[in-house]
Design a binder for this molecule. Structure first.
Ligand code: SF4
Ligand code: SF4
Length: 466
C-alpha cells in the first residue's frame, strides 16, 4: 500500500467556501430512536420497493418491510422496533411523494410479536464465502449507494461477463461544503472501510484499489494509512487537489486513474472502474461481518444557525426536526434549509421530511450565509463554460431551455450534465443554469420513457394479432 498525489486534474471546477470547520471536529454521536419514523420505499435509484407491511403490524429492527421490486431496485428494512401506524405518501427532499411506513417506536410489542432475533442476519465468514453469497447478503441488507443517487450496490458489483473491473475506487472526497460525515467515518472507522474493500475486492475479482481523499482531510489519510498498512495487493490512497466537484464519479475516475467515462449511456464499468462511497463500503463490511442491515447512517447537521453542529448516527427515517433538536436546535429561524450540500443539495420547505439512506447532510442557514439574487439575462461572459467540469456550454443550454427548446439542449449534450452547480455558482447574472439543465434532463427522460412504452404497446398489439 502506498499514498500518492493525483497526477490528473480535470478541466473546470470551482472553489466554494467549505465551512467544514463547523462540524469536522465533532465525533460521530448516536442519537436515541425518536418516537416516530417515516421509512420511504423510494430511497434509491430505480423502482421503489414494494411495501409488505400494513397499519397495525408490529415490526422489529432489521425486519424486511419493502421488497426489491425489479432489477434496479433495493429492499428496505425497519430501522427500529415499533407499531406501523400507517402506510402513506410522504414528501421527500426532492419534492416527490413516495409510499412511507410510519412507525410508532413507543408502542409496546404484543406478546405474539416475533423477537428481533428472528430477523437478525448471521455474520458471514467472507474469506470462505462465495461471490454469490456475498452479493446475496448485500442485497438482503438493503444496501444502495450512500453518497449520491442511491444506485443499487448489488447491480454495481455485478458487471456483465464481458466487462471486467480493473479498478475499485473508494470515494472519500466529500467535496460538498459543510458536510463532514464521510470525513468522520474515515477518521473513526477506517477499519470498517478496509474490511469493506477486501470483501468488494473478492466480489469483483481482485481489481486494483484506489482510495480517493481530498487534500483538505490529512487526518483521514493518516487513519486510512494505518488501517490499510498491511493490506496485500495493488492498493493506493490517492490525494486529490481540493476542487469541486472532485467527488463526482466521473471526475474521481479521471483524478485517480486518468480514464475518461464517455457520454451516457456509458458507465464507469465501460472504462474498467467501479466507484463506491466510503459509507457504502463500510455498510458492506457491517452487513457481511456483523449481519447488520443498512438501517442507520451518519448525517451532518450544520449551518450557522445550528446551535451544536454535529455528525449524527441516526436510524433511517428520522425526521429532520428530530435531528436538528439533537443538534441543540437553532439560534434563529433559518432562511434556507438544504438537504445535502449547498452545491448539489435540495432546498426544502419543511423539517418534517424524513431521512433516507442517502441523506448526507441537513444545513440550516441564516440570511448572511445565503446569497439572495434575481436572475438576469445572460451577458455572454463565458465563465460558466470555463467552470463546467463536463466541458458543456451551460449558457447555450440554459438559453435553449428557457425558450422551451429542449431539442437544442439535447444536441448540446445536456444529458452529460452531472448537475454539479458549478455554472450557477460562477454566473454573474445569477442564472439558475443547473435548474434549467435538470428541467431539460427530466423532460428528455420522460420522452424516452413514453417512446419505450409506445414501442412496447405496439409490439404487444402485433403479438396478439398473430
Ligand atoms: S452544465 Fe451541468 S455539469 Fe456543467 S457546470 Fe452546470 S451543472 Fe455542472
Ligand atoms: S456565466 Fe452566466 S452570464 Fe456568463 S455566459 Fe454563463 S450564463 Fe451567461
Amino acid at each position: 500500500m502506498r499514498t500518492v498525489k493525483s497526477s490528473f486534474k480535470f478541466k473546470g471546477g470551482v472553489h466554494p467556501a467549505y465551512h467544514k470547520e463547523l462540524a469536522r471536529g465533532k465525533a460521530i454521536e448516536r442519537m436515541p430512536v425518536p418516537a416516530e419514523l417515516a421509512i420511504s420505499m423510494s430511497q434509491h435509484l430505480g423502482a421503489p420497493a414494494k411495501c409488505i407491511v400494513k397499519a397495525g403490524d408490529y415490526v422489529r429492527r432489521g425486519q424486511l418491510i419493502g421488497e426489491r421490486n425489479g432489477f434496479i431496485s433495493v429492499s428496505v428494512r425497519a430501522s427500529a422496533d415499533g407499531l406501523v401506524k400507517a402506510v402513506e405518501k410522504r414528501i421527500g427532499a426532492s419534492g416527490q411523494y413516495a409510499d412511507s411506513v410510519i412507525i410508532d417506536t413507543t408502542a409496546t410489542a404484543p406478546e405474539a410479536a416475533p423477537s428481533a432475533e428472528a430477523f437478525a442476519l448471521k455474520p458471514i465468514a467472507w474469506r470462505s464465502a462465495t461471490r454469490e453469497e456475498l452479493l446475496q447478503r448485500i442485497e438482503e441488507a438493503g444496501i444502495s449507494g450512500m453518497g449520491g443517487a442511491g444506485f443499487p450496490t448489488v447491480v454495481k458489483l455485478s458487471p456483465p461477463p464481458n466487462k471486467r473491473c480493473e479498478y475499485l475506487i473508494v470515494n472519500g472526497a466529500e467535496c460538498e461544503p459543510y458536510l463532514t460525515a464521510d470525513f468522520r467515518l474515515m477518521l473513526e472507522r477506517a477499519d470498517r472501510i478496509r474490511a469493506g474493500v477486501e470483501i468488494m475486492r473478492k466480489i469483483l475479482g481482485h481489481p486494483a484499489v484506489r482510495i480517493a481523499v481530498e487534500a483538505n482531510k490529512p487526518e483521514a489519510v493518516v487513519a486510512l494509512e494505518k488501517a490499510f498498512a498491511d493490506i496485500e495487493g495493488n492498493v493506493e490512497i490517492v490525494i486529490l487537489p481540493v476542487l469541486y466537484p472532485q467527488g463526482s464519479e466521473k471526475h474521481q475516475i479521471y483524478a485517480t486513474v486518468g480514464r475518461i467515462v464517455p457520454e451516457p449511456p456509458q458507465l464507469p464499468i465501460d472504462v474498467g472502474c467501479v466507484v463506491e462511497n466510503v459509507g457504502t463500503v463500510a455498510a458492506i463490511a457491517d452487513a457481511v461481518e456483523k449481519g447488520e442491515c443498512l438501517v442507520e447512517r451518519i448525517t451532518t447537521v450544520s449551518g450557522d444557525v445550528v446551535n451544536e453542529p454535529k455528525n449524527i448516527l441516526a436510524p433511517v427515517g428520522v425526521k429532520y426536526s428530530d435531528l436538528v433538536a439533537f443538534a441543540g436546535g437553532t439560534s434563529a429561524a433559518p432562511v434556507k434549509v438544504i438537504s445535502g450540500g449547498t452545491m448539489m443539495g435540495f432546498a426544502v420547505s419543511t423539517l418534517e421530511i424524513a431521512t433516507t439512506k442517502t441523506t448526507s447532510g441537513i444545513l440550516l442557514l441564516s440570511e448572511k450565509s445565503v446569497f439572495q439574487f434575481t436572475s438576469q439575462p445572460c451577458i455572454n461572459c463565458g465563465r460558466c463554460l470555463r467552470a463546467c467540469p463536463m466541458r458543456l456550454n451551460p449558457a447555450a443550454i440554459s438559453k435553449a431551455v428557457e425558450a422551451d427548446d429542449v431539442a437544442t439542449a439535447e444536441r448540446a449534450h445536456v444529458m452529460s450534465c452531472i448537475e454539479c452547480g458549478a455554472c450557477s455558482f460562477v454566473c454573474p447574472a445569477h442564472r439558475t443554469i443547473t435548474q434549467f439543465c435538470r428541467r431539460a434532463k427530466s423532460s428528455i427522460r420522460a420522452r424516452i420513457a413514453a417512446e419505450k412504452a409506445r414501442a412496447a404497446e405496439a409490439s404487444a398489439k402485433k403479438e396478439s394479432s398473430k
